[in-house]
Design a protein around this ligand. Structure first.
Ligand SMILES: C[S@@+](CC[C@H](N)C(=O)[O-])C[C@H]1O[C@@H](n2cnc3c(N)ncnc32)[C@H](O)[C@@H]1O
Length: 325
């Protein structure tokens, strides 16, 4: 009985120490929030959104998208997380790291890092921040803010690590938004990003196909939220799934090199939920920009990063760099 009580006290002590250590990493905001919203689980600090370098329609559409797609299974998150974070080392992210996730959406990538990182500021300007509140409800080392790239509410050189995954290409001036992020990272700290690639290594046929798909995106993204979701579900079934099934078939019969050439191969081992979510993401968003590997590297250099590592693996391009100036 006594031993059991001592064990319980030790466990409680350990929990409080960890929580204290994580919370003591937080730095104060450098602007006062205009509001403190009550999420179901955490407080959400809401900041004034600037009227430049943000596309309001895009932000609203993501708020709608993430409120429909936020129930990722742990398996989905872990599997994709391994692909996204293949270039993140323990030196970049560990229990002493203070980080931020700009454009966190549902908070799924913050979630992947919470067990590795000291403390994380999860930031998003859209209603998605409420879904992040749900997903991250048990993570004491996360604080939620509603803010945007142009006004990240912390002093420059505050963080050891920053990330922005699948976000900067939806912001009108991607380079500026990247610089805004990197400014918040300390010299010697790291910034990680994922930006859509422009199919630079693909042939004429693939690029023509993409041109058509992009035209469809521009039409679909202008529809009402319900119609958009409906059309994107149809696209997931009639366009994504046949290609995904074909890629799976080639993989099964050992013809991997052919499978990899099939458009949307990336999804061959993803769940239908992820496929539907990504169809809405791809076709439902009015503004997207695409970059070559070299353009990504150049932008990262201009933002003040060096020692840049671009992953050879999908999704393309995800890259990390060290802040040098
Ligand atoms: C494709 S989602 C990515 C969400 C998340 N990083 C993920 O990969 O699951 C893009 C996110 O960027 C956010 N966003 C759009 N404009 C932004 C801006 N100017 N500053 C910060 N975030 C922005 C949207 O609200 C949306 O949640």
């Amino acid at each position: 009985m006594l031993k059991h009580t001592i064990n319980q006290l030790q466990a409680m002590n350990f929990y409080f120490l960890c929580t204290y250590k994580a919370l003591s990493m937080q730095r104060p905001f450098n602007i006062s929030p205009r509001n403190t919203l009550k999420g179901r689980h955490k407080e959400i600090y809401e900041f004034e959104l600037p009227d430049h370098n943000i596309d309001d329609k895009v932000v609203q559409s993501f708020g709608e998208e993430w409120s429909k797609f936020h129930q990722f299974s742990q398996e989905d998150i872990d599997q994709l997380g391994e692909m996204y974070f293949d270039i993140i080392t323990d030196e970049m992210v560990n229990e002493r790291t203070y980080g931020f996730d700009l454009g966190c959406g549902t908070g799924r990538w913050t979630k992947v890092l919470t067990s590795r990182i000291g403390f994380m500021e999860a930031i998003d300007p859209s209603d998605a921040i409420y879904t992040a509140d749900e997903l991250l409800k048990n993570d004491d080392n996360v604080r939620l803010s509603r803010a945007s790239s142009d006004r990240i509410p912390f002093d420059d050189e505050t963080f050891d690590f920053g990330m922005s995954i699948g976000v900067l290409h939806h912001i009108p001036d991607t380079q500026k938004a990247m610089r805004n992020c990197v400014e918040k990272v300390k010299k010697g700290g790291y910034f990680y990003t994922y930006l859509y690639y422009n199919f630079e290594d693909r042939g004429f046929l693939f690029k023509t196909l993409f041109g058509i798909v992009d035209g469809v995106r521009q039409v679909v993204s202008s529809l009402s939220p319900r119609l958009k979701k409906f059309i994107c579900d149809i696209i997931a079934i009639v366009i994504y799934m046949p290609l995904v099934l074909l890629a799976r078939l080639f993989n099964k019969v050992g013809m991997d090199s052919i499978a990899k050439r099939i458009p949307l191969y990336f999804y061959h081992d993803q769940s239908f939920y992820i496929i539907r979510n990504d169809a809405l993401d791809r076709f439902g968003t009015a503004l997207e920009q695409r970059f070559s590997k070299q353009e990504v590297i150049t932008m990262m250099k201009h933002a003040g990063l060096d020692d840049i590592v671009v992953s050879d693996g999908a999704p393309y391009w995800h890259a990390v760099g060290k802040r040098v100036r």
